[in-house]
Design a protein around this ligand. Structure first.
Ligand SMILES: [Zn+2]
Length: 153
């Protein structure tokens, strides 16, 4: 097999795994064609990576445009009223739990040492809820602190 013929066949085959035997043998024996084939493989791989990269670039660009155009401001999706009523419900349930029937059921089930773990769980719940509230409104709090600092001097 001549080199020209080999490279022609190599270009026609679109998958390295299914190269004809004669071509494989030629590539084994001929350093010049082996180098050329390797260069083509590399170029093809670079091309594929570039295609993939630009495809992702296009997607993220259009997604970000869609987000910007949607007009939503993230982090302030839940109104303050909902946060406060959630907090009130949790705190009220801490006081009301001692009068509930479930409490008696829990007492029967776990014994009378229920108080401490129950209030720990409810305390953790209130803490986590409050932390989420503060984190979700961090920007707002920051603005208020900056305004207050500016007023102070
Ligand atoms: Zn050759």
């Amino acid at each position: 097999m001549k080199c020209e013929q080999a490279m022609e066949q190599y270009l026609r085959a679109d998958n390295d795994a299914y190269l004809p035997l004669a071509l494989r043998i030629h590539l084994r024996m001929c350093g010049k064609c082996r180098k050329e084939a390797a260069a083509m493989r590399w170029a093809l791989e670079m091309l594929r990576k570039e295609e993939l990269h630009s495809a992702y670039g296009d997607i993220s660009g259009s997604v970000m445009d869609a987000v910007r155009n949607s007009g939503n401001s993230y982090g302030r999706t839940m109104p303050l009223r909902n946060w406060v009523s959630g907090e009130v419900i949790i705190i009220a349930s801490i006081f009301l739990v001692q009068f509930s029937d479930d409490r008696h059921w829990l007492n029967n089930f776990f014994g009378s040492n229920l108080e401490v773990p129950l209030y720990i769980v409810l305390g953790v719940l209130v803490t986590v809820y409050s932390a989420l509230f503060v984190v979700s409104r961090l920007e707002e709090f920051k603005e208020k602190v900056v305004k207050w600092q500016n007023r102070q001097g």
